[in-house]
Design a binder for this molecule. Structure first.
Ligand code: THU
Length: 135
């Protein structure tokens, strides 16, 4: 799937966002290594912190279907600059995404910033850090 199509899918799912509080809609489209597409939108809650961002919804949908290997992600919101993912989403992405995985951040005026996972969250806490070195 080409980048433009992935971005289009993110724009499409953005309409499904449940955002009665912020009215700030976000869409995400995630491609697995085997070419399966997962999309996600942000889902808010009256208990505000329980809200789940679009990126995490897309990743959790894919993981709950048994996908752990990913190729590419696109994220879109109606922002002036390409939408920067929040810190929690960056941490969840880093759990599953290879440091070289391509992430397209964009907005509704076609400004696209393409970054690698490692640029979004350098020096991230990883599963390897849970393994204690014998001294
Ligand atoms: N939001 C996302 O869905 N993704 C991000 O990376 C940034 C923030 C959502 C959460 C909340 O529903 C709204 O945007 C405002 O913060």
């Amino acid at each position: 799937m080409d980048t433009q199509r992935l971005i289009k899918e993110a724009i499409k799912i953005r309409d499904k966002a449940y955002t009665p509080y912020s009215k700030f809609n976000v869409g995400a489209a995630l491609l697995t290594k085997d070419g399966t597409l997962y999309t996600g939108c942000n889902i808010e809650n009256a208990a505000y912190p329980v809200t789940c961002c679009a990126e995490r919804v897309a990743i959790f949908k894919a993981v709950s279907d048994g996908h752990y290997e990913f190729k590419e992600l696109a994220v879109v919101a109606d922002t002036a600059r390409p939408v920067p993912p929040c810190g929690s989403c960056r941490q969840v992405m880093s759990e599953f995404f290879h440091p070289d995985l391509t992430i397209h951040l964009t907005n509704l005026t076609d400004t696209v910033k393409t970054v690698k996972m490692s640029e979004l969250l350098p020096f991230s806490f990883s599963p390897d850090d849970l393994i204690r070195k014998e001294s």
